[in-house]
Design a protein around this ligand. Structure first.
Ligand code: CP
Length: 305
C-alpha cells in the first residue's frame, strides 16, 4: 500500500521507485481530468525566496484547478525576512496558515531544515544547487510519456552539471530505472562526484564529454541546461563558459527518431528558437506537465488521492 499522506518531498531520494511511479500515475489522471474540486477548504503556503516562473505559477495553477487556495510570497523582499526573521520562524508562522508549504530557497539544505522544523509537509521547489525534486518528477513524467517507459534510456545531460540542481535529482531518479548517462559539460562544470558515485553504486554507467555532437546519435533524451550564472563565485568564470553549448535545429538531423529535447527552462542562449518548431523539441510541453505532476503531489500528500 503506497501512502504519501503527510510526507515531505525534499530530495527525490525521499520517495522510492513505487512512490515515484504512483505520483506519475496520479498525474496521468489529472492530465485526462484536470479540474477536480478536491482541495476545497485547503490552503497551500508558497514561499519563494528566489525567482521562479514555472515552478511557482504551475503550483498556483495546480492548486486553483483543484479548487484550493494558495497564499505566500514570490520574493522575500515583501516578507518579514527583510526585518531579520529567521527561516525557522517563517516556517512555523506560515504552517499556522496552511496545510502544506512549497518553498524555494537559494541555500543548499534549507528545504531539509524546513522539513525538520515544520509541523506541515514541505515540498522543496529548489534549494540552491542541491535538489529540485518536483522538477524531477515532471521530467520523469515527460520522459515516460514520450518514450513509453522509463527503463534503460540513454540520457545526455548538457551544460551546467555542477550547479544545475535539476540534473542532480534526475540522475538519482533515473538510476532506479537502469539509465545510461552521458554527461556533457565544460571541465569546470562537471557532474559532482557525489552524483557520479550514486550512478556507480547503482551498477550503472556514465560517460563524460566536452563535445556534445558526440552524444547526438546515441541519446533518447537530450536534456539541455542553462549555465547558472547566479551561482558562480567569480563572474569572469561565467563569461568563459556561458555560451559553451548552443543547440541549433540542424544539429538534430542525425539523431534517433524517438529523441526528445528537454530543458527545465528558463533558457538563455542554449537552444536557438529555430529548434522550437522541430517535433523533437518538447520543453514547453514538459513545462505544461508540471501542473499535472504538482496536482498529483499535493493531492497525494494531503491524502486526497
Ligand atoms: N524549471 C524551473 O524551475 O523554472 P523556474 O525557475 O522558472 O521555476
Amino acid at each position: 500500500m503506497i501512502n504519501l499522506k503527510g510526507r515531505s518531498l525534499v530530495s527525490i531520494t525521499d520517495y522510492n521507485k513505487e512512490e515515484i511511479l504512483r505520483i506519475l500515475d496520479i498525474a496521468e489522471e489529472f492530465e485526462v481530468n484536470q479540474r477536480q474540486n478536491i482541495l476545497n477548504g485547503h490552503v497551500i503556503g508558497s514561499l519563494f525566496f528566489e525567482p521562479s516562473t514555472r515552478t511557482r505559477l504551475s503550483f498556483e495553477s495546480a492548486v486553483q484547478y483543484l479548487g484550493g487556495s494558495i497564499i505566500g510570497f514570490a520574493s522575500p523582499d515583501v516578507s518579514s525576512v527583510t526585518k531579520g526573521e529567521s527561516l525557522k520562524d517563517t516556517i512555523l508562522t506560515v504552517s499556522n496558515y496552511s496545510d502544506l508549504i512549497v518553498m524555494r530557497n537559494p541555500l543548499d539544505g534549507s528545504a531539509r531544515y524546513a522539513s525538520e522544523v515544520s509541523p506541515v509537509p514541505i515540498l522543496n521547489a529548489g534549494d540552491g544547487a542541491n535538489q529540485h525534486p518536483t522538477q524531477c518528477l515532471l521530467d520523469l513524467y515527460s520522459i515516460r510519456k514520450t518514450q513509453g517507459s522509463l527503463d534503460n534510456i540513454h540520457i545526455a545531460m548538457v551544460g551546467d552539471l555542477k550547479y544545475g540542481r535539476t540534473v542532480h535529482s534526475l540522475v538519482q531518479a533515473l538510476s532506479l530505472f537502469g539509465a545510461t548517462f552521458h554527461f556533457v559539460s565544460p571541465d569546470s562544470l562537471k557532474m559532482p562526484s557525489s552524483v557520479k558515485t550514486w550512478v556507480k553504486n547503482a551498477n550503472l554507467e556514465y560517460y563524460q564529454y566536452n563535445d556534445f555532437m558526440e552524444v547526438m546519435p546515441i541519446a533518447d533524451i537530450l536534456y539541455m541546461t542553462r549555465i547558472q550564472g547566479e551561482r558562480f563565485p567569480d563572474p569572469l568564470e561565467y563569461e568563459k563558459v556561458k555560451n559553451a553549448y548552443i543547440l541549433e535545429n540542424s544539429m538534430l538531423e542525425n539523431t534517433k527518431d524517438n529523441l526528445k529535447v528537454l530543458h527545465p527552462l528558463p533558457r538563455v542562449n542554449e537552444i536557438t528558437e529555430d529548434v522550437d518548431d522541430n517535433p523533437k523539441a518538447y520543453y514547453f510541453q514538459q513545462a505544461r506537465n508540471g501542473v499535472f505532476v504538482r496536482q498529483a503531489l499535493i493531492a497525494a500528500i494531503l491524502g486526497l488521492k
